[in-house]
Design a protein around this ligand. Structure first.
Ligand code: FRU
Length: 563
């Protein structure tokens, strides 16, 4: 009893909250003062609703503003707004936007009873589709990987992030780190929106020679400031990418092209200068610089080349051997609809990229539906080209059946080159770090495992079927005759959240496949030719995990638990 009283007393003294009733200023506008010693205000979200625009006001100044789908009828989940840095005393100015807000009286909106304060925000991984070994945000929405680099034994992954809901909005760079490329630690938000706009995709480099004057080995991040127009900006970090300071003279590159974004920067050792490539409409612009701040336009690539079924986005330009590869993510226009990663192989002299293939040639890096915004790590060890993709598709990314978080990244993949019939292609293999996840061999298919299929005969197709007791199934077929690999997810489980989800994807195998490696993780399947000539990434949402495996054909199958 005494202990209970003590605890109560401690609670009373350590946590005090004065949550003023909201004042309604119109049917679309309210203000609410919150004074608390707790760290967070919990904002209730209803995903089918329109956004409310929330301004956080401290001492009569706006200190933060963002959009959030505040609950009108019912709360789907809550997102935390950290107010500790404002002394726990803020005024929220809330403007409801959109038609739906005219239905019902503002006084009756569900959010008023569900706005709460708390000291701890629970991010335990309980959702049934949350992957075991893929990177996800701990809560909130994620899209493209951004600004990835390796330094002093640590892999850094930033990503497009919405802290105030599990759908796309309020673009911010969030940050995760890993020492083994597989287990990620959440480092929170690294670069937040400002007066120039929200923070769209980009890249980072390590400024080893201090060419910027920001400091030797400073991490310099390049991103698109997405305001009324899209411009390019810099932020830099002198604490290994944990905190960033924005460059005072942003923006550094401007244009009147509306889709002008996703700067990717690298040190070009061939010509001893920095290069930057960014997407400008349906082409890629290339720039050069000595100091990372002042950029000279060099040339554009793309007109008449490859696929132009959508907007070109998120480029990367890498030297591999004596060739250069220009990665060009495109949305829509992918081989099975929506988002995909195409690339071009050629030469680059620091000024101009020249594609060595015929203009009409289109090369895809991955033949699934859920492989987008692929870029590589800067400064990876041993000259490796390690790529990570966002494992989703803009056709339905905002609707996939998860709740407290949305989206995962692909497993890391090492890129290389191979040739087939006189053309050079990018090879894709799962990074070697994935081997360390292998647990015991097992004969049971589980929700997180690796399936290795050694093909013993090339005379008949090999058909791999994953299924469950509800007759949900995914069928993968390697057909050596026509040199194709396909994955059919039309009966894979929950497909009803979008008309565009059901699909059978099919890839050329560029010759025979001797070994297939298939990575399954709750809601994703990534299939690789172990020799790197075929990769296919698809999401699946089985209502219960696939527990049954059948492999038809002359093949030896090994299953590993992955941890
Ligand atoms: C690609 C993309 C980028 C943009 C970002 C915004 O998925 O559209 O072009 O920078 O997402 O979140």
């Amino acid at each position: 009893m005494k202990r209970k009283l003590m605890t109560l007393a401690i609670c009373l003294f350590t946590s005090t909250t004065l949550m003023h009733a909201q004042s309604f200023l119109s049917q679309n506008h309210a203000i609410k003062r919150v004074m608390t010693t707790d760290k967070y205000i919990l904002l209730p979200v209803e995903e089918d609703e329109n956004n409310a625009h929330i301004r956080v006001i401290k001492d009569n100044q706006v200190v933060k503003e963002f959009n959030c789908k505040l609950a009108i009828n019912k709360t789907d989940y809550c997102v935390p707004l950290d107010i500790s840095e404002y002394g726990g005393d803020v005024l929220l100015d809330i403007q409801f936007t959109g038609d739906k807000r005219n239905v019902g009286l503002i006084n009756d909106f569900a959010c008023w009873k569900d706005i709460k304060v708390t000291n701890v925000f629970d991010t335990k991984n309980r959702e049934k589709f949350r992957p075991i070994y893929h990177h996800t945000p701990v809560y909130g929405w994620m899209n493209d990987p951004n600004g990835m680099f390796y330094k002093d034994g640590v892999w850094h992954l930033y990503y497009q992030y919405n802290p105030y809901g599990s759908q796309w909005e309020n673009m911010t760079w969030a940050h995760s780190t890993s020492t083994d490329l597989m287990h990620w630690e959440n480092q929170g938000e690294a670069i937040q929106p400002d007066a120039l706009g929200t923070i769209f995709s980009g890249s980072s480099v390590i400024d080893k020679e201090n060419s910027t004057g920001f400091g030797k080995d400073a991490v310099v991040a390049f991103y698109t400031s997405a305001g009324a127009a899209q411009t390019q900006s810099i932020a830099y970090s002198t604490d290994n990418g944990i905190t960033f300071k924005k460059y005072a003279n942003n923006p550094i590159i401007t244009s009147d092209v509306p889709d002008f974004r996703d700067p990717n920067v690298f040190w070009n050792d061939d010509v001893k200068q920095w290069n930057l490539i960014l997407a400008a409409g349906q082409q890629m612009n290339i720039y050069s610089s000595k100091n990372l701040k002042d950029w000279k336009y060099e040339s554009s690539f793309g007109e008449g080349y490859g696929n132009h079924g959508g907007v070109w986005e998120c480029p990367d330009l890498l030297k591999m051997g004596d060739k250069w590869v220009l990665i060009c993510n495109i949305n829509p226009g992918g081989p099975f609809g929506g988002s995909a990663t195409q690339y071009f192989v050629g030469t680059f002299d620091g000024h101009k990229f020249t594609c060595e293939s015929k203009p009409e040639t289109t090369k895809w890096m991955d033949y699934g539906k859920d492989h987008y915004a692929t870029v590589t790590f800067d400064n990876a060890p041993d000259n490796r080209r390690v790529a990570i993709a966002w494992m989703s598709n803009w056709q339905y990314a905002n609707q996939v059946p998860t709740m407290q978080y949305r989206s995962a990244n692909s497993v890391p993949r090492d890129l290389g080159l191979f040739t087939d019939a006189g053309e050079t292609y990018v090879s894709v293999v799962p990074s070697k770090e994935l081997l360390a996840l292998r647990g015991d061999k097992t004969n049971r298919l589980s929700a997180a495992c690796e399936l290795v299929v050694d093909i013993k005969s090339q005379s008949k197709p090999t058909v791999i079927t994953l299924s469950n007791a509800r007759d949900e199934q995914v069928v993968m077929t390697y057909n050596p005759k026509d040199c194709t690999f396909s994955m059919d997810r039309t009966q894979s489980g929950n497909t009803g959240f979008s008309d565009m989800f059901k699909a059978k994807t099919i890839a050329p195998t560029h010759g025979t496949i001797r070994q297939l490696r298939v990575f399954i993780d709750k809601c994703s399947i990534e299939a690789f030719d172990a020799a790197g000539k075929m990769a296919m990434t698809n999401l699946v949402f089985p209502t219960e995990p696939y527990g049954r495996l059948t492999v038809n054909g002359a093949a030896k199958t090994t299953l590993y638990e992955l941890k």
